[in-house]
Design a protein around this ligand. Structure first.
Ligand SMILES: CC(C)(COP(=O)(O)OP(=O)(O)OC[C@H]1O[C@@H](n2cnc3c(N)ncnc32)[C@H](O)[C@@H]1OP(=O)(O)O)[C@@H](O)C(=O)NCCC(=O)NCCS
Length: 161
């Protein structure tokens, strides 16, 4: 990886985010409106969302979002450009979300991951997430199950992976 930097996602990132989104989640891509709505709930002390992008020389190469309306947080999305898989970018983004959850004093972080996505599941396991259930046919129209994973948080000073 060259000089990849993480920063807060802003509204002007949405077109580049959508391009990656459509490539990486072709069956269930979020729309422009969904990202706008998510960002409306991010930032500031009252914000219940935390959205980050990764840039390499000004090019957007990844993004991730956490929802933390209560002390239970959710990984809402996480994605890295295919050219960056295996470079540590996915784990860096996940680390950023867990830092945000720790900063907000969250007790646990949950997520849904497609049962046919072993790569993402492996990353989550490495960060201490454990499968706690399955939602049958959660992803439609493909009718793919969601694996629900959970990780307990133990305060700000912990290490993740
Ligand atoms: C999920 C994602 C962010 C992970 O980033 P990444 O850079 O690929 O992650 P890494 O390569 O560090 O980790 C993937 C792990 O899966 C392993 N892996 C790779 N291919 C695999 C496969 N076919 N089966 C099982 N494990 C696999 C890797 O070896 C690695 O595990 P290790 O560190 O124990 O060796 C990235 O793959 C991505 O953007 N995917 C598309 C979007 C997506 O699926 N997001 C998750 C939605 S829940």
């Amino acid at each position: 990886m060259t000089d990849v930097r993480l920063r807060e996602m802003r509204w002007w990132d949405i077109p580049a985010v959508l391009e990656l989104e459509r490539d990486l989640f072709p069956e269930d891509s979020w729309s422009r409106g969904m990202f706008w709505s998510e960002l409306a709930h991010a930032g500031g002390p009252e914000g219940t969302r935390h959205y980050t992008v990764a840039e390499d020389g000004g090019r957007l190469v990844g993004y991730a979002g956490l929802g933390a309306p209560t002390e239970q947080a959710d990984v809402l999305t996480i994605a890295a450009d295919r050219a960056y898989w295996g470079t540590g970018l996915g784990p860096r983004l996940l680390h950023d979300l867990l830092d945000a959850a720790a900063d907000r004093g969250c007790a646990e972080v949950l997520l849904d991951v497609r049962a046919d996505n072993p790569r993402a599941q492996r990353m989550y396991e490495r960060f201490g997430f454990r499968a706690i259930g399955v939602r049958r046919g959660y992803y439609q129209p493909a009718n793919v199950d969601a694996v629900v994973m959970r990780r307990e948080m133990n305060g700000k000073e912990e290490t993740y992976a």
